[in-house]
Design a protein around this ligand. Structure first.
Ligand SMILES: Nc1ncnc2c1ncn2[C@@H]1O[C@H](COP(=O)(O)OP(=O)(O)O)[C@@H](O)[C@H]1O
Ligand SMILES: [Mg+2]
Length: 259
């Protein structure tokens, strides 16, 4: 589904972004001519004056660059989002491929942009990682599940803090680094939030299929169960939890580097 939608949008999006480059540079060329022209022609005819007034010439001159700029931003964003969706479209990829984990996380953040917006501060602390032989679409799914949970947990705490009129800055901190042991190297990805934490009594259960504390229709209880499968079974890695009500929750994904 995601793959086919992404595919459908790809060509028109490429057309927009490619032609935008021309639009932008033609606009600048036209402006250069216009400025030169206006400098030379000091006396304007009444006809030109009238036409300028009728067509709102001054306003257009002021508004046009803004419009062009915002189309450019939107077009960049569209291209970026499509790139991210592309990562997700490999969900049932048969073979692992060499992938950049930091890039996978960034793609996930772009997809979640609307839910993160400006209310949550995202602190990225990326290490210099080698390419990892992995199922990148599935790992993106893992990042998606864990970051979504963090956003939801932070949302809950935000509502609570607001009620108590306390100032508190919701944060998601993402760290990636290489861990070395005597004979192997691992990549560690830590995703931490300063949300409400997970009560000790349920910490054992959160990786169970269908375990959720969220209302019907909101939680499926599948996110962590699937993530755990992908990390352990598909990648021979580990998904670790550390959580405390005072500090929040941290999930750590550990992946062996092979290949
Ligand atoms: N970052 C987090 N902060 C607090 N609780 C969490 C967090 N991540 C997961 N949980 C708890 O783990 C449960 C299971 O998560 P998950 O498997 O993704 O299912 P769902 O999100 O559909 O409930 C959640 O219902 C929630 O109680
Ligand atoms: Mg979830």
């Amino acid at each position: 589904m995601v793959a086919s939608v992404a595919h459908e949008i790809k060509n028109p999006a490429a057309c927009i972004s490619c032609n935008f480059e021309f639009l932008d540079s033609y606009y600048e060329n036209l402006m250069a001519v216009l400025v030169a022209y206006e400098a030379e022609v000091t006396e304007e005819s009444t006809k030109i004056k009238q036409l300028k007034e009728e067509e709102d010439f001054d306003f257009i001159l002021e508004d046009l660059p803004k419009i062009i700029k915002s189309i450019g931003t939107a077009s960049d964003r569209l291209t970026e989002t499509l790139g991210s969706l592309h990562n997700f479209s490999h969900l049932d990829e048969a073979k692992p491929t060499l992938s950049d984990i930091n890039e996978c996380i960034d793609s996930t953040l772009i997809i979640l942009h609307n839910r993160i917006k400006y209310s949550i501060e995202v602190i990225k602390n990326y290490g210099d990682l080698p390419l990892i032989n992995c199922y990148s679409g599935q790992l993106s799914q893992v990042f998606m599940n864990i970051i979504s949970n963090a956003i939801e947990a932070l949302g809950d705490k935000m509502a609570e803090q607001k009620k108590a009129s306390r100032a508190w800055q919701p944060q998601i901190k993402i760290t990636t680094e290489i861990l070395e042991t005597a004979d192997t190297e691992f990549v560690a990805i830590r995703i931490a939030d300063n949300g409400p934490g997970i009560p000790l009594e349920i910490q054992e259960q959160i990786f169970d299929m269908f375990f959720t504390t969220k209302p019907v229709g909101k939680g499926t209880g599948l996110g962590l169960a699937i993530s755990n499968q992908i990390v352990t079974k598909k990648h021979g890695g580990q998904l670790l939890l550390s959580s405390h009500p005072d500090t929040g929750t941290e999930f750590q994904i550990i992946l062996p580097i092979f290949g």
